[in-house]
Design a protein around this ligand. Sequence first.
Ligand code: MN
Length: 264
Amino acid sequence: MKGVVGAVCLALWAWLGMGAGAAQERPGPAPPAALVADLVAANRILADQGVVDGFGHVSVRHPEDPNRFLMSRSVAPALVAAADIMEFDLDGNPLDPRGRAVFLERFIHAEIYRARPDVHAVVHSHSPAVIPFGIARTPLRPAYHIAAFLGAGVPVFDIRGAGGETDMLVRDSRLGRALAATLGDKAVALMRGHGDVVVGPTLPLAVFRAVYTEVNARIQSQAMALDGPPVFLDREEAEKADRALDQIHLRAWDLWKRKVTAAP
Ligand code: MN
């Protein structure tokens, strides 16, 4: 806890213009410290829950300026501290770089925020149990109520459609736009041979969905190895269960946040 408080103070100090390189004017309102702390927690939760490892990133839209979002500098999510949180515009440009390295795939976040005003948080990961569903014909479907948000359908983005033969990375706005178009109005899109992107109206709900997309993929693979075919939640069940999740997901967030911020 002390470390987090210290890191938040450090970030505030930098924003107040006392940090190195602060001569550069940073326009617009500073993000609330509590949101920065939640974004730090989100990074650590996703690592703790096995969604991200050395790679992957999570972002949140700026609450006072819908045309910018917050995301860490290029660093493993488990190591993120408040001072690592940067601001970006919807073209993927860092607004306060101060010499910090940025994620190559920041365009995933930028273009989803541009396309989806309802989205306030985005997770991109190489969530391991999800990978098979991005390369096989079997669609990812809700195996249980906790993953009901998958019931609206889970599209698969094939980067070859927009980019031809690439290194599989969403390196520019054009590829980001193509991914956002594949996501459409859904909560999750898989990325063939790469990972997935998970979105939500809030940071805790996006994190919740990212965790349970991974868990559901594991469960679905296990069910498909049994005598089948599996009986998934149908569309109406999924819609009803998803509404219930809106009410209960903060219980999981509170638990996970406590785990990653507790004093040693
Ligand atoms: Mn990636």
